[in-house]
Design a protein around this ligand. Structure first.
Ligand code: GLN
Length: 490
């Protein structure tokens, strides 16, 4: 691995502005590293030629003084459910094989406008449904810390690429923890911002009321720099918020004196791995020692978050995925008789078992007779969960919890028991149900040497405090600088 792969995104950006490294050199080093770590299966598509063209463009713009931002010329990669003009976008599903969108997502436009250079598209759970990145039609992603383990999901390719030092940062999407949880499993930092702050235009929908994109990177400062580029109102997304954006990187002081950090009792109870508990509580102590105040809290709605999330997410997915019918995009079955058969055969061949399960679950909870009993009830529960969290934020400024109850499971372990996999999302789904910002940062290792993540949650638009608390923690500790041993990565 070349030395520049070890830099953070901001460090590389600074080296590029000083003229010590060119974007083209950075792209070449990354492509070499991607090749070395190809066994991790983190990418669905590597766009080498395009990356080199974009790097040459960024170089010219930098030289002319038209690009000067902290991440100008820095290469990155995008989860494969983010639309990229002319570049394959599959959601890791056969049903979108061959799909090349005619447009870029707003986020892609904004990043590229600021001089970001995309290396390619990242592997994931099919349609972002999952917690392990094993359901991709291109095969499972591997965790660079232990290649027999999953990297988490659904943004597993994004987390694995950043952990293996093959991209300086990556963009993932999060519907119920798909940025935070893989960040935790792979020992990197990731944040899902407040719902509505990053445009969803061009993000292929899983559950529209919960989906949000965000960065996975080496540390909180890199995440803040990326968010500064992508947050902000977009008239093409009806749920986009009209609030001031930017200034997050500049606001990172590391000063947490007087910050009230809530510790919800329910997140530290039964079912939590003891090493995870110890690491997260130690993180709380680090922040307390820097002047934060720890506030014990209760969040009794915790027992309802999983059923509420899975009913709403599947209901929305069943509606969103009905557009994949073999007519408009991607895969089309052959040898069908009539239109009905075309739909049926295309979907049977195109969707994997987890996606089919969720479409069926969603269709069931939305069907007449069950709509009131399941879907409406889940919507009411969602409202109650949001209110309970609003109240908790009267007592604290941010909350600290484990990101997941345990470190990464072995490959294959979760596929046979979907319910167990759903239950492991307990700590992250409340964040999406209430539309809050949620960040995961590395805070130690379990006894088998796997990374453990701590989750910081803020009230709506509370990104500053969340990122600053993580930054304070990272000024004091070096968990975020640890990389998987070279021999295990290859
Ligand atoms: N693991 C959750 C699910 O399977 C979350 C996925 C996500 O955030 N995209 O639905």
């Amino acid at each position: 691995m070349q030395e520049i792969m070890k830099l953070t995104a901001l460090q590389l950006g600074a080296a590029i502005r000083r003229g010590e490294v060119s974007p083209t050199e950075a792209v070449k080093a990354a492509l070499e590293r991607i090749e070395e770590t190809a066994g991790d299966n983190a990418f669905t598509e590597i766009t080498a030629e395009r990356a080199l063209e974009r790097a040459a463009w960024a170089e010219k713009e930098l030289a002319a003084g038209r690009l000067a931002g902290p991440l100008a010329g820095v290469p990155m990669a995008l989860k494969d459910n983010i639309c990229t003009r002319g570049v394959s976008t599959t959601c890791a599903s056969r049903i979108l094989a061959g799909f090349r969108p005619p447009y870029d997502a707003t986020l892609v436009e904004r990043l590229e406008g600021a001089g970001a250079v995309s290396l390619g598209k990242l592997n994931m759970d099919e349609f972002a449904m999952g917690s392990t990145s094993e359901t991709s039609f291109l095969g499972p992603v591997r965790n660079p810390w232990d290649r027999k383990r999953v990297p988490g999901g659904s943004s597993g390719g994004a987390a694995a690429a950043v952990a293996a030092r093959s991209s300086w940062y990556a963009i993932g999407s999060d519907t119920g923890g798909s940025i935070s949880q893989p960040a935790a499993f792979c020992g990197v930092t990731g944040i899902k911002p407040t719902y509505g702050t990053v445009s969803r235009y061009g993000l292929i929908a899983y559950a529209s009321s919960l989906d949000q994109m965000g960065p996975l990177a080496r540390d909180a400062a890199d995440c803040a720099a990326v968010l500064d580029l992508v947050m902000g109102r977009d008239p093409r997304d009806g749920t986009s918020l009209d609030v001031p954006a930017g200034g997050l990187l500049a606001s990172l002081t590391g000063d947490v004196r007087g910050l009230r950090i809530g510790l919800p009792r329910e997140c530290f109870g039964e079912g939590l791995d003891s090493a995870v508990r110890a690491c997260v509580l130690a993180a709380a102590d680090v922040l307390r020692d820097r002047g934060a105040e720890l506030v014990p809290l209760s969040f009794p709605m915790m027992e309802y978050v999983i059923p509420t999330y899975y009913i709403i997410a599947c209901a929305e997915a069943s509606s969103n995925l009905s557009r994949f019918d073999g007519v408009k995009y991607g895969w089309r079955a052959e040898g069908y008789g009539d239109l009905r058969e075309l739909y049926q055969q295309t979907r049977t061949e195109g969707f994997g078992p987890e996606v089919r399960r969720r479409i069926l679950l969603g269709t069931f909870v939305l069907s007449s007779g069950y709509y009131d009993a399941y879907y409406l009830k889940a919507l009411r529960a969602k409202g109650m969960i949001k209110r309970a969290l609003d109240e908790a934020f009267c007592q604290c400024d941010v909350m600290l919890t484990p990101t997941a109850p345990a470190a990464a499971p072995r490959l294959g372990e979760s596929l046979s028991d979907p319910l167990r996999m759903y239950l492991s999302d307990i700590d992250t789904v409340p964040v999406n149900l209430a539309g809050l910002p949620g960040l995961s940062m590395p805070c130690g290792f379990d006894e088998t040497g796997l990374p453990v993540g701590a989750q910081l949650i803020g009230p709506p638009l509370g990104e500053k405090n969340v990122l600053n608390a993580a930054h304070a923690f990272q000024m004091e500790t070096d968990w975020h600088t640890r990389a998987p041993a070279e021999k295990e990565v290859g």
